[in-house]
Design a protein around this ligand. Sequence first.
Ligand code: PNS
Length: 178
Amino acid sequence: MRQPRPSRAASRAADRVAIYPGSFDPITNGHVDIIMRGAAIFDRIIVAVLHNLEKAPLFSVEERVQMAREVFAGEPKVAVETFDGLLVEFARQRGAQVIVRGLRAVSDFEYEFQMALMNRRLAPEIETVFMMPAESYTYISSRLIREVFALGGPIAGLVPEVVEARLRGTRTRRRPKR
Ligand code: PNS
């Protein structure tokens, strides 16, 4: 027998929503890889950029959000937002059932394991799901991108083009006047 189609509201309530949190200073091709893998599994994936006042960032939160939005402009399943406070509270506000984190190497595991278990204690209904990026991205981190770029090394192919262009812009901006 044909099943009645769920109403639009009902199907929205059943959506599997994932949060992919991080600092994204800047977003790398490794992050993009994980987000696209998440988008293939979940109905919606929210890239959540942490408002962290303690760190001295390379890019402002607004710039990071803008770049990520440009990268995912053609991806209706991907949204980019900022958050502060507890991640699980943000996840609850957005109706997310899942937190996605990328695991590149065993060295990531300890920190991620602690965070996942703390988040589970804080919000038992939210599950952390770990995803591995393509092998070619396993050595990339935002910190290394910042360092290599600051020292004049090439970063093409490691970050989205919009990020590369912005990084070149920061170099021009910061060049001392004669
Ligand atoms: O890209 P990062 O810096 O590894 O991301 C870390 C992040 C943003 C996921 C983490 O610092 C975080 O969730 N901060 C929000 C505050 C919070 O909820 N802390 C308790 C988590 S155990």
